[in-house]
Design a protein around this ligand. Structure first.
Ligand code: IPM
Ligand code: MG
Length: 369
């Protein structure tokens, strides 16, 4: 029997609700496979701050340090509620970025997938969607503007100013490009490099490094696209993309846009891969406006579980089974409210009913484990 220690960071807002569904599925995966998941819940985010005075308390750090993988829900409060927490302890700055830095999770995989059977969820017209969408954003996750030095002050003319640094060194760029080239060589062998080299020197260096890395991947065709143009093409012709690679902030913005072209950020799981440890999280936020109502879509969370099974525990087959089970809930005609469209025949179900249906569907698929 293999044991995997998993730190569970449910977080804020809808986090605990969708995490409950993840745990439901992990228990079922245990029953179906020769595996034991040692689940270690820990406080993280605003909830942690209110209870301990820290967004990423030492006890939680210790649990994450010990874990083989980390499964994170969502963090953050509404704009107004956030103001109750000092700016540097607010969960994004006080917990999430420190966790990314601590484990150097430099490669963020954000799959953007809409199989043909779910193409109707996209707000894009059927002739644009074609046979569905299947691309992956590789976002650099521990460098750039989000991690650079930040200062604020008052200048000599008495005006308030802010100074934020966008910094990358060649090793940081190289390691994430390697990941993107590798993935690309296993997929369609077309890599879209997203940058802004007509303005930013950071993109000029990025592209220089790309020329060096690509030598090792002669079978991968590189397409350059400026980030602003990429935003347009994602709407007009998303099927042209397979693997897209970009720096941190570009990836933050374009991956949310991808949630839009799928029809909901609820369809955006992700994996944040580091040299020793990886963590898995939905790409979306904590949706405080719908928290506690039992209507959040747990698909991104369950997809993150599938990515963890595959990428941290080598459970390829069970990960595929889980994807299949998740998608079957939609094809059977059920959705959470975020995806329900006026005039469509889907039956709206709750967060926990969605999880239950995924579990039932998974039970009906042989486990091969
Ligand atoms: C994401 C989120 C985070 C980010 C926030 C919560 C700091 O938007 O993972 O995309 O900007 O990276
Ligand atoms: Mg984001």
């Amino acid at each position: 029997m293999t044991t995997h220690k998993i730190a569970l960071l449910a977080g804020d807002g809808i986090g605990p609700e969708i995490m409950a569904e993840a745990v439901k599925i992990l228990k079922l995966v245990e029953q179906r496979n020769k595996v034991f998941f040692d689940l270690r819940p820990a406080l993280f985010g605003a909830c942690a701050w209110f209870e301990t005075g820290k967004s990423f308390p030492d006890e939680s750090i210790a649990i994450c340090d010990e874990a083989d993988a980390i499964l994170k829900g969502t963090i953050g409060l509404s704009h107004e509620e956030s103001k109750k927490i000092p700016i540097d302890e607010q969960p994004e700055r006080g917990a999430l970025l420190p966790m990314r830095r601590r484990y150097q999770t430099y490669a963020n995989f954000r799959p953007v997938t809409l199989p043909p059977s779910l193409a109707h969820f996209s707000p894009l017209r059927p002739e644009i969607i074609g046979d569905g969408i299947d691309l992956v954003i590789i976002r650099e996750l521990v460098g750039g503007l989000y991690f650079g030095a930040k200062t604020t002050g008052v200048n000599d003319s008495g005006r308030r100013y802010v100074h934020e640094v966008l910094e990358y060194d060649e090793d940081q760029i190289c390691q994430v490009l390697e990941v993107a080239f590798k993935l690309s060589s296993q997929r369609k062998k077309v890599l879209h490099n997203v940058h802004k080299s007509n303005v930013l020197k950071s993109s000029v260096l990025w592209n220089e490094i790309l020329e060096e890395v690509r030598v090792d991947y002669p079978d991968v065709q590189v397409e350059h696209v400026l980030v602003d143009a990429a935003a347009t093409y994602l709407c007009l012709d998303p099927t042209r993309f397979d693997v897209m690679v970009m720096e941190n902030m570009f990836g933050d913005i374009l991956s949310d846009q991808c949630g839009g072209i799928l029809g909901s950020l609820g369809l955006m799981p992700s994996a944040c891969v580091g040299p020793e440890k990886s963590y898995y999280e939905p790409s979306h936020g904590s949706a405080p406006d719908i928290a506690g109502q039992g209507i959040a879509n747990p698909y991104s969370m369950l997809g993150s579980v599938a990515m963890m099974l595959q990428m941290s525990f080598g459970m390829e087959a069970e990960a595929r089974n889980l994807w299949q089970a998740m998608q079957s809930v939609f094809t059977d005609g059920y959705t959470t409210p975020d995806l329900a469209r006026r005039g469509n025949a889907e039956r709206q179900i709750s967060t926990s009913e969605f999880g239950d249906r995924v579990a039932t569907a998974l039970e009906s698929i042989p486990s091969n484990g």
